[in-house]
Design a protein around this ligand. Structure first.
Ligand code: G3H
Ligand code: 13P
Ligand code: ZN
Length: 383
């Protein structure tokens, strides 16, 4: 009772409420009581710092240490919608794999950061419902572009953030990354930094050319910033068009484009400088040609799309590369399934009838990546 009186007093004191609202209080105590509760919940959510630990999420520290030791990589899958998230969780549970759910700037603009955060919280419960008693799920900000964005994600329950200062001059990258690390570590949130520039064209992440990471910079960067993991540039790039046809050779047997190999010499030099330090690869979609063919067969126009061959990613996963980012492959799997359904069942208009097959196709892709490329299956501490 005392609580309710205090709430009413606080509500009526608020300068933003018009006299008719205050008048209504005296006439509709029950309805107003509910309004006050809603108002206070909103205030609570706006002000309160939410720890990812309360949401059942984990940070990357232990996960990465185990992956580096064990010679495998953790999948970092981007999500923008419910079907993608369901497919990721179904695949991770089925394969008993830890997983990183990534939220990009494009995803935040499209779906809303708060909604995505609540979806990730729901994903933990969903994984348990699917039979995984102890899921290891990281909610990670992908390509954070400012301290403010990173802070806002940390404050609302992300367990890991990337601060991407790779386009900045070196000293500015160090200063910005350190600022994020200093804030994040107060809350046991892990931070990924980046050195070197990836080429590629995507909605929110783009650069005309790549610049490999300079091994001579990595010790200084990691020491000065205190980052928990380092994204490097060794020839991967964002999107479905990672290389121009001129950069590729042609496989005479299939006529397919064969991309140039990754710069494993640069990776080895970095590993020598930072033994056992967690390394991250962005832009690691393989652009499965069967999905590209399906898209093109059913009216798409993806010409000369080419990705990173899976053998090269398998080789990288066995090294200190312990996080591999995959987004475009999921987009291709989703688009291929939707195009096929539309072509084969033109009368269909229930979104569940084309998003369902899209979800199945993405799940198949995620399971394949986990088992056959990254090797993170059966790596949960406790299933
Ligand atoms: O690294 C980039 C990711 O694929 C996200 O791209 O900003 O278009 O969502 P996006
Ligand atoms: P892809 O475009 O190769 O899937 O890369 C995704 C990525 O790096 C997300 O940060
Ligand atoms: Zn990326």
């Amino acid at each position: 009772m005392a609580d309710s009186l205090w709430l009413i007093a606080r509500f009526t004191q608020s300068s933003g409420f018009t006299p008719w609202v205050k008048r209504a209080i005296s006439f509709r105590p029950l309805a107003i009581g509910q309004t006050i509760k809603r108002f206070n919940n909103q205030q609570f959510n706006n002000n309160k710092m939410i720890s990812y630990k309360e949401l059942g999420l984990v940070n990357t520290r232990k996960m990465f240490a185990k992956a580096v030791d064990g010679g495998y990589a953790i999948p970092a899958f981007n999500f923008n919608n419910m079907e993608q998230l369901q497919a990721i969780i179904m695949a991770a549970v089925e394969t008993k794999s830890p997983v990183i759910l990534q939220v990009s700037k494009g995803a935040r603009n499209y779906a809303n950061q708060t909604l995505l955060r609540y979806m990730a919280q729901g994903a933990v419960e969903y994984a348990k419902e699917l039979g995984c008693a102890h899921p290891e799920i990281v909610l990670h900000l992908d390509h954070g572009d400012s301290f403010e964005t990173c802070k806002s994600c940390i404050d609302m329950g992300f367990s890991s953030v990337m601060i991407d200062g790779s386009a900045l001059p070196y000293d500015e990258n160090v200063a910005l990354t350190k600022k994020v690390v200093d804030y994040a570590h107060q809350y046991d949130v892990t931070v990924e930094g980046e050195l070197g520039v990836l080429a590629g064209v995507e909605d929110e992440v783009s650069a005309a050319e790549s610049h490999y990471t300079k091994p001579e910079e990595v010790i200084d960067f990691v020491t000065k910033t205190g980052v928990d993991s380092l994204a490097i540039s060794i020839g991967t790039s964002h999107g479905a068009y990672k290389f121009t046809p001129e950069q590729c050779t042609v496989d005479p047997a299939t006529g397919r484009l064969v991309p140039p190999p990754l710069a494993f010499d640069v990776l080895e030099a970095i590993e020598k400088k930072l033994p056992g330090f967690p390394i991250v690869l962005h832009g690691s979609s393989s652009v499965p040609q069967d999905e590209v063919d399906t898209i093109n067969k059913y009216g798409g126009a993806l010409k000369a799309a080419v990705g990173i061959p899976e053998e090269q990613l398998r080789k990288a996963a066995k090294s200190a590369v312990c996080k591999i980012n995959i987004d475009s492959d999921s987009r291709l799997a989703m688009t291929a399934a939707i195009r096929k359904t539309f072509a084969e069942k033109p009368a269909e208009f229930d979104p569940r009838k084309y998003l369902g097959p899209a979800r199945d196709n993405m799940k198949k892709l995620y399971v394949h990546k986990i088992i056959n490329v990254l090797g993170s299956n059966d790596k949960l501490e406790e299933a």
